[in-house]
Design a protein around this ligand. Structure first.
Ligand code: SAM
Length: 235
């Protein structure tokens, strides 16, 4: 049985669910395509200093979304990293759960929440098994997670999104795009690849996909990105 999230700050959702060894760097899950390619778990990126996506602030595009009032109700930040986006959304008075497979990042996010007096919830959990959260959300943010998944992982991820997104709820995805050959980010995604898993048959409606920028330390002016807004409807 899945225990409610946030009860213990020492445990992880995954280890509670699997009972697997705490010293397994992958927490008992299969390494993702990105981790297999990198030869190390996501967590290692946070243990060796600041990873390139850590800009020490929420992503400007996420701040603009928040200013536009798109985040409503219960919010899930999938692949939250050290929590700057989740904490920015929470500072607007919203209930936010940030999840990430990187335990070190989740620890930092919890420390930042405490330092800012926010009771934002952060949990170590796998976005490829979202159904295990056993929760529903009105809004989901994916800032730079989708593009790190391969074709099959995206299918699994979107199937999981269907189980945790309330009917009428919206998903906001910010991912690197293939729209600028000069300064591409890693894992550039075409518009077709972004839209492909969100089919009407599976209950999705693509509301909009527009060009954006995704800031990173290697691209101070931002790398070309897509910002997609996708709505969960009846199947
Ligand atoms: C490029 S970083 C972006 C982090 C954060 N959203 C931000 O904007 O700073 C991608 C994040 O997704 C996390 N991640 C990768 N695969 C994941 C999975 N299967 N489930 C949950 N988080 C995952 C990584 O650990 C990493 O923190």
């Amino acid at each position: 049985m899945i225990e409610p999230l946030g009860i213990s700050h020492d445990d992880t959702v995954m280890s509670k669910q699997t009972g697997l060894r705490a010293d397994d760097p992958y927490g008992g899950r299969r390494p993702t395509s990105h981790e297999r390619q990198a030869g190390q778990p996501w967590d290692a990126s946070y243990r060796g200093g600041s990873p390139p996506w850590e800009i020490g602030a929420p992503q400007p595009a996420v701040v603009r979304l928040a200013d536009a009032g798109v985040f409503t109700g219960a919010v899930l930040d999938a692949g939250c990293g050290t929590g700057e986006n989740a904490l920015h959304i929470a500072s607007q008075g919203l209930r936010v759960l940030g999840i990430d497979v990187a335990q070190t990042a989740v620890g930092i996010a919890r420390e930042r929440a405490a330092a800012r007096g926010l009771d934002t919830e952060f949990a170590v959990a796998d976005a490829l098994h979202l159904g295990r959260l056993d929760r529903l959300f009105d809004t989901v943010l994916d800032c730079a997670l989708f593009h790190a998944f391969d074709h099959d992982e995206r299918r699994a991820y979107v199937a999981g999104l269907a189980t945790v997104t309330r009917r009428g709820g919206r998903i906001h995805i910010l991912c690197f795009s293939d729209s600028d050959a000069e300064t591409p980010g890693p894992h550039p995604v075409s518009r077709e690849e972004l839209e492909a898993p969100f089919t009407p048959e599976a209950g999705w409606r693509i509301v909009s996909v527009r060009p954006e920028r995704l800031d990173a330390t290697f691209a101070p002016d931002g790398a070309p990105a897509w910002l997609a807004m996708i709505e969960r409807n009846d199947v």
